[in-house]
Design a protein. Structure first.
Length: 213
């Protein structure tokens, strides 16, 4: 669902804006604001997902995205409306996949993290391929607003699935992976071996050349 939504947004929403008569400068600014919104949402949403059930957070993100998409369709397409809506859409959309990955890792043992991450990237990539294809067909059959309705439906489906799972299954324990900094012990050992050698060290040709230069 995350791949469907994000690929449809970046591929088709600019076309929707152009068809709605929005200026090209506003379209470019909206895409920039959407990226910045996605950047701004990472830390607060990450902290919320660490404190609460990630599926509840995921459901809230889906509902927020759906509300912002519907507001973008219904409200006037002026600059004070388009830019905040783009920031909200980018923020909600860009945090869907990280929360899904964190929730999946909570259920996986440490030795399965890399394999699960690779499979999630593959599934998200498949969604990114399918999303614009579905969006363009809906735009051709219904209207130009079909892409936003499609993204809204995908976000609502994701929200309902996440909320339903939170009601039927217990929340997994949030795993904190160990983070350790390895001390560079090999370097002192190498110096000790060189220092204990009885043979004099030959001059470094690179250093000699640099001194001559």
């Amino acid at each position: 669902m995350s791949g469907l939504i994000s690929s449809s947004f970046y591929a088709l929403v600019p076309a929707w804006m152009q068809d709605e008569g929005i200026a090209r400068e506003t379209i470019a600014t909206s895409m920039l604001v959407a990226v910045l919104g996605g950047l701004a949402f990472q830390v607060p949403i990450g902290r919320l997902s660490d404190r609460f059930d990630r599926r509840i957070v995921l459901a809230a993100l889906g509902l927020g995205f759906a509300g912002a998409a519907i507001a973008l369709v219904l409200l006037p397409h002026s600059l004070p409306v388009v830019l905040p809506a783009a920031a909200l859409l980018g923020g909600f959309m860009s945090t869907l996949y990280p929360v899904c990955v964190a929730h999946a890792h909570d259920r996986m043992p440490a030795d399965r993290v890399v394999a699960v991450s690779g499979q999630l990237i593959l599934v998200s990539g498949l969604g990114s391929v399918i999303g614009p294809l579905i969006g363009t067909s809906l735009m051709a059959r219904f209207s130009i607003d079909g892409v936003l309705y499609f993204m809204t439906a995908a976000a609502l489906l994701l929200a309902f699935l996440a909320a339903g799972r939170s009601l039927t299954t217990a929340s997994p324990q949030h795993r904190k992976r160990p983070f350790e900094i390895l001390a560079p012990q090999a370097t002192p050992l190498a110096h000790d071996q060189l220092g204990s050698s009885d043979e004099p060290l030959s001059p470094d040709p690179v250093g000699v050349a640099s001194e001559k230069g």
